[in-house]
Design a protein around this ligand. Structure first.
Ligand SMILES: C[S@@+](CC[C@H](N)C(=O)[O-])C[C@H]1O[C@@H](n2cnc3c(N)ncnc32)[C@H](O)[C@@H]1O
Length: 235
């Protein structure tokens, strides 16, 4: 079982390489989801819906706590049990205890309706775990519409759901955000060759080190450039 989980698709998301410009987003997201899964492990097993599931890269983190793990995607996807958009989930009200929606909100037509649907399908006592970009280059999947500030994300969740708790946290800070953007163009300039790896690695290390030393850089304050946000919305 442990071997099967280690080979589960999406290892580049669970254990991203520091030579990738998106390391800062994926590394922080993976650590956050792992911590959420560890917290859930203290309680009874949970029914999990993975919305916009892609290859369900985070299933291995939740495998031990999930009595059910269902994927839904807007495009035909062999990993998804259900086909449908986040704005009209083909799922009953309150059918899941944990609703994951990682790196999807920026791609959907109507994020307010998406948040209403995430709330609708979450059971009493359950939680929505969502993540989405603060800044990022255009990356359609199949479209790419939106970017967020912590305030905007907090507002869209609070206006479109009745939550008993809501937290919007930066996945990483401004120096990491700048490193990610610069690293993306370094990779393009060096035609994604192996020569791009050392400078991208160095940028990622520098960004993380600077963010760790400064609240001004690590927090969403005026002038900040946060690459990704994590949302916990409790029902
Ligand atoms: C960037 S990928 C993220 C995949 C996965 N959640 C992850 O974190 O690796 C975006 C995913 O959202 C799906 N998607 C895009 N628009 C959607 C929508 N309106 N409703 C549901 N899924 C959507 C895409 O098909 C794709 O699988």
């Amino acid at each position: 079982m442990a071997n099967d989980l280690a080979r589960w698709p999406g290892v580049n998301r669970r254990q991203p390489s520091q030579t990738s410009p998106t390391w800062v987003v994926r590394h922080a997201l993976a650590r956050w989801l792992q911590a959420q899964a560890e917290e859930l492990a203290a309680g009874p097993s949970v029914r999990i819906l993975d919305v916009g599931c892609g290859v369900k890269p985070y299933y291995p983190f939740f495998a031990a706590v999930a009595s059910e793990y269902v994927g839904v995607d807007v495009v035909a996807n062999p990993a998804a049990e259900l086909l449908g958009p986040v704005e009209a989930l083909p799922v009953d009200d309150g059918a899941f205890d944990v609703v994951l929606c990682t790196q999807v909100l920026e791609h959907c037509d109507n994020p307010a309706q998406a948040v209403r649907e995430l709330r609708r399908v979450t059971a009493p006592g359950g939680r929505v775990l969502a993540s989405t970009h603060g800044v990022q280059v255009y990356h359609p999947s199949p479209r790419d519409y939106w970017r967020w500030t912590h305030e905007g994300l907090g507002r869209i969740f609070s206006e479109n759901g009745d939550w008993s708790g809501l937290e919007v946290m930066p996945g990483a800070g401004t120096a990491s955000g700048l490193a990610m953007l610069l690293g993306t163009y370094v990779e393009i300039a060096l035609r994604r060759s192996v020569f791009a790896r050392p400078p991208v690695w160095a940028l990622n290390r520098l960004g993380a080190a600077l963010d760790a030393r400064s609240t001004q850089l690590s927090q969403p304050v005026p002038g900040s450039l946060i690459p990704n946000f994590h949302v916990v919305a409790l029902v």
